[in-house]
Write a protein that binds this ligand. Structure first.
Ligand code: NAP
Ligand code: GLV
Length: 310
């Protein structure tokens, strides 16, 4: 089969993916650009520029190298009816769990405050809480949310999660679903870790109403998508002290513009969308396995539901 590789990336990154994918599926031909009269059966994509999958009548699978497919799903030129598979990789889930643990541990033990104190040569010990005194709410209990919740539980935190469907969690993990349950849970939460997909239901969820339900000084950790947060509302909540600190990995505009207030706000710690990067070493094989399933007529893995949007 002919497979088209398309993304928004530097040449070196594209070439590394091309080499890894070609090695993982030598029986198929990988194209870096369309060729006249060459039918494309599948596309492997990493945030492809809008319109790049138009006019491919033989396309039967769009395999994303990204876990989150919100930008892809927002491309109205995508050929309709072609299944979209997203990247699901235990290596990525582990990386996300590490980032969530770093953020929660740093908030719990005041390590961000100590870093600021060092800048001011200030020698001051902060009160030390136990992990089981910290209530963490993980929004989203999917690939990333579940891995993060489990890692936080192992570390002794008091963890609850929020998901769309009612369903079982893990032993010791309280699971909420539905908006009323979320509203009821928020007043007892000290740290919110957002790992929701970006859909019409979850866009702007972290706004003024949400922050007003939290106890004074609660922390926000956003590792999912920038558009989950209403930036003006978060900045207002940080300024008023309602939100004590925010750890932000993702932003409405990336890279974050240099003039944005997040860069200099003392209540913000930020990362350059680095919480969980796709790991080429494992992800190339995962993408190749789905292409092989397509070739063999077997069921495809990790398909996105067009109804749910994730
Ligand atoms: P996922 O496996 O699809 O899990 C999504 C979870 O969110 C599920 O538990 C789902 O509930 C829940 N959910 C969806 N809509 C909801 C709603 N309206 N109300 C309540 N719960 C809802 O997603 P994932 O792979 O874990 O990815 C999570 C997020 O991480 C995405 O935003 C992705 O883009 C982002 N991400 C970020 C990075 C980074 O480096 N920062 C890297 C990878 C991924 P059900 O279980 O009931 O379906
Ligand atoms: C990264 O944000 C991803 O969705 O893979």
């Amino acid at each position: 089969m002919n497979i088209l590789l398309v993304g928004t990336w530097e040449d070196a990154e594209r070439d590394a993916w091309a080499a890894a994918l070609s090695a993982a599926m030598p029986q198929h031909r990988l194209l870096l650009a369309r060729e006249p009269a060459t039918p494309i059966a599948a596309a492997v994509v990493a945030n492809p520029p809008p319109g790049s999958l138009q006019g491919l009548p033989g396309l039967r699978l769009i395999q994303s190298l990204w876990a989150g497919v919100d930008r892809l799903m927002g491309d109205h030129t995508l050929p309709s009816g072609v299944p979209i598979a997203r990247m699901v990789d235990p290596a990525m889930n582990s990386a996300m769990a590490e980032t969530a643990l770093w953020a929660v541990l740093s908030l719990h033990r005041g390590f961000f405050q100590y870093a600021q104190q060092q800048q001011r040569r200030l020698w001051q010990v902060l009160p030390q809480r136990r992990a089981d005194e910290v209530n963490v709410l993980v929004l989203g209990l999917g690939q990333m949310g579940r891995a993060a919740a489990q890692r936080l539980q192992q570390q002794g935190y008091c963890v609850a999660a929020w998901r769309r469907e009612e369903g079982a969690g893990e032993p010791g993990l309280v699971v909420h679903s539905g908006m009323p349950a979320l509203q009821a849970a928020l007043p007892a939460v000290q740290v919110v870790v957002n790992l929701l997909p970006l859909t019409p239901e979850t866009r702007s969820l972290l706004g003024a109403t949400f922050f007003s339900r939290l106890p004074q000084g609660a922390a926000i950790v956003n590792l999912a998508r920038g558009a989950h947060v209403v930036d003006a509302d978060l900045l207002a909540a940080l300024d008023s002290g309602r939100v004590g600190h925010a750890v932000l990995d993702v932003f409405q505009t990336e890279p974050l513009p240099p003039e944005h207030r997040y860069w200099s706000h003392p209540g913000v710690t930020l990362l350059p969308h680095a919480a969980a990067q796709t790991d080429l070493r494992s992800a190339a094989g995962i993408a190749a396995a789905n292409i092989e399933a397509l070739a063999a007529g077997r069921p495809l893995a990790n398909l996105v539901s067009s109804e749910r949007g994730y």
